[in-house]
Design a protein around this ligand. Structure first.
Ligand SMILES: *[C@@H]1O[C@H](CO)[C@@H](O)[C@H](O)[C@H]1NC(C)=O
Ligand SMILES: *[C@@H]1O[C@H](CO)[C@@H](O)[C@H](O)[C@H]1NC(C)=O
Ligand SMILES: *[C@@H]1O[C@H](CO)[C@@H](O)[C@H](O)[C@H]1NC(C)=O
Ligand SMILES: *[C@@H]1O[C@H](CO)[C@@H](O)[C@H](O)[C@H]1NC(C)=O
Ligand SMILES: *[C@@H]1O[C@H](CO)[C@@H](O)[C@H](O)[C@H]1NC(C)=O
Length: 343
């Protein structure tokens, strides 16, 4: 069964001004084993973590934004997980009329990343377009840009953080570490944000202002072979910002992480509980947080739509309601994913 545990969030408070700015050209490969940091500190926290990597390591930056009606969204994800394709940008637009546009900008070129303070910036010149992100020194603001002439797409997404950054905490890492699981490292510089989206596709425009999010994933070995199910999501219900994470490895070992922030303060962290495993059948999720003396929190995610088409990888956008149990339910929007099993 699901182990019950409580752990402290590690507030991410490195001193941005004392961190040396660094430039990286990614990916870079070594034939030696790669040593990965398991705790945070001393270097920018939104940096490349597998540098150099090897042929089994992976790394990505993930950003998203969702509209106030939970009907439209954008995902911007520079990813490196396959030596045959050094860098890809996975870019997704969901229009209010439910049209989903997925663009994969593959590239044999490199990703140029630099850090300043705790924030990162990067630029990728892909076959067919250019993409970039620019983060502020404290990693609280990010501006993403895409320019894809072949598809007549250009635009920006800007995120202003509204909830404090954090790293994972779980059964396997009681002191808030970067390794959520041995093959899954994670941190969350922007658990919630005000997002401003303005993207032009031909003569159409996807423009909205609401919630945004940014996290960072990496690991020593790409996880597909070792994964049974992985659930993740983030959402906002009025003043509550929540992030949840629930991971089952191939032996059904459970690793979880949860986060609730209110009024820009971390309120508590605990674990979420998930439901069915048939992606095409999922209508939503219930996410429960046991906040000890502070009480219980429950949130209910209802999908507006599924925005992926795979049986092994679901992403949904929709609405979320909930709050402290037995108090008034607050409402807002959320993005959820379920991955696996892959085989
Ligand atoms: C890459 O490094 C990781 C971490 O040390 C190691 O587990 C993995 O086996 C290495 N992969 C290769 C192909 O050497
Ligand atoms: C890596 O990319 C190559 C070339 O596109 C593709 O054939 C292969 O299936 C990819 N591997 C994985 C694990 O996605
Ligand atoms: C949905 O909206 C997009 C953007 O305006 C447009 O390109 C597409 O044709 C629309 N699809 C339908 C089915 O109306
Ligand atoms: C999942 O649900 C779909 C739609 O009802 C069904 O066709 C499929 O067999 C189900 N898959 C599993 C593994 O239960
Ligand atoms: C509030 O939301 C929770 C979680 O979805 C639900 O269990 C509860 O019934 C709701 N309460 C009210 C008063 O609507």
């Amino acid at each position: 069964m699901i182990p019950s545990f409580i752990c402290l969030i590690l507030p991410v408070t490195t001193l941005a001004s004392t961190i040396q700015p660094l430039n990286y050209i990614l990916p870079s490969y070594t034939t030696a084993d790669v040593t990965l940091a398991t705790t945070i500190g001393h270097q920018a926290y939104d940096r490349p973590y597998v540098h150099p990597g090897n042929t089994t390591t992976y790394e990505w930056w993930y950003f998203d934004a969702i509209s106030s009606d939970g009907e439209s969204s954008v995902v911007f994800q520079p990813i490196m997980y396959n030596v045959s394709v050094p860098v890809e940008l996975l870019f997704q637009l969901v229009w209010p009329n439910a049209t989903v546009k997925d663009i994969i900008l593959g590239s044999n070129h490199r990703l140029y990343v630099s850090t300043r303070g705790d924030g990162s910036s990067g630029i990728g010149m892909a076959d067919g377009g250019v993409f970039s992100w620019v983060g502020s020194q404290d990693a609280s603001e990010y501006t993403l840009k895409v320019d894809i002439p072949d598809e007549d797409i250009s635009g920006t997404v800007t995120l202003f953080r509204t909830a404090p950054p954090h790293v994972a905490c779980s059964e396997t890492c009681p002191d808030a570490r970067l390794d959520l699981f041995w093959n899954l490292y994670w941190m969350n510089p922007v658990p919630d944000a005000v997002a401003i989206v303005d993207i032009k596709v031909g003569s159409d425009r996807l423009a909205f202002t609401r919630n945004g999010y940014h996290d960072k994933n990496w690991g020593p070995v790409y996880f597909a072979n070792d994964l049974n199910q992985w659930y993740w999501g983030h959402g906002r219900a009025s003043e509550y910002s929540i992030v949840w994470f629930y991971h089952l490895d191939i032996q059904d070992h459970i690793t979880t992480s949860g986060y609730i922030a209110k009024d820009a303060q971390i309120l508590w962290t605990a674990y979420p509980i998930m439901g069915t495993n048939n992606i095409s059948q999922i209508q939503g999720y219930k996410i429960d947080f046991d906040a000890g003396a502070l009480g219980r929190f429950a949130f209910d995610f209802r999908k507006n739509r599924q925005v992926t088409k795979y049986s092994w990888y679901g992403r949904w956008i929709g609405t979320m309601s909930g709050g402290r149990v037995a108090e008034k339910n607050e409402s807002g929007v959320a993005v959820c994913e379920q991955m696996g099993p892959f085989f």
